[in-house]
Design a protein around this ligand. Sequence first.
Ligand code: SIN
Length: 273
Amino acid sequence: MQITPLTGGLGAEILGADIRRAEDFDAIHAAFAEYGVVVIRAQDVTPDDHLAFARRFGPINVNRFFRPVDGYPEIATVLKEKDQKQAIGEGWHTDHSYDQIPAMGSILHAIEVPPYGGDTLFVSMAAAYAALSQPMRQFLDTLTAVHSSRHAFGAATIDSEAAKSGRFANAEAATQDARHPIVITHPLSRHRGLFVNPVFTTHVEGLTPSESTALLTMLWDHCRQPEFQCRVRWQAGDITMWDNRATWHKAINDYHGFRRLMHRVTVEGVPLQ
Ligand code: SIN
């Protein structure tokens, strides 16, 4: 097995691994803990293999809103058909941060990819936090933010293309509001990192609405810097696993006229502090 960092701060590519082999798991797990994002190339595996690999990390956390894969309620479909305009996960986000115990990580298997584009971008939240000034880090360390599923998956979204095409459903289940510290200590690495994201974080507690908006806007601009990012170019069969407590991600929607189909399994996490 060959493990090569993707950038100076985040992500690694793994060649020569097989997610079905028990003896490969420890090295994949160690790379995941070290790099936050691992791209395991060329996995010719079934949905059952995908689930079995995810269960080595922990229990499955079932997504409430994405259409499940037929016969596999624990696997979410991430799909854009060639005649659709909206991609799933286009905005910078952290999966399921609206849950009080947010998912530990997601494991995305590329089933069908466009001939170009459709890459996924990731940001290291530890690198973003470390690059802030000491007074700003100290200020953020005292704050809590609210994250919600309501505006992203609730009644206001039922006219969206994703909902009308059946890719999103269960708007009535979008009732989650969670409070998390803006800065968390990562449960595996113990590194301090930001835990707020543009899609699900609604506001900072204790600040006025304009203070909250100004602070979050500053953080969004700061975190998007390319120095904190890595980019995954997909080939069918690749599996990318990311740590939701350490990263943001964003699906790039630049392949109109082509189909892209991914299967996503998400693993349960732990309370964050
Ligand atoms: C997601 O946001 O989970 C999907 C990312 C992708 O499709 O690249």
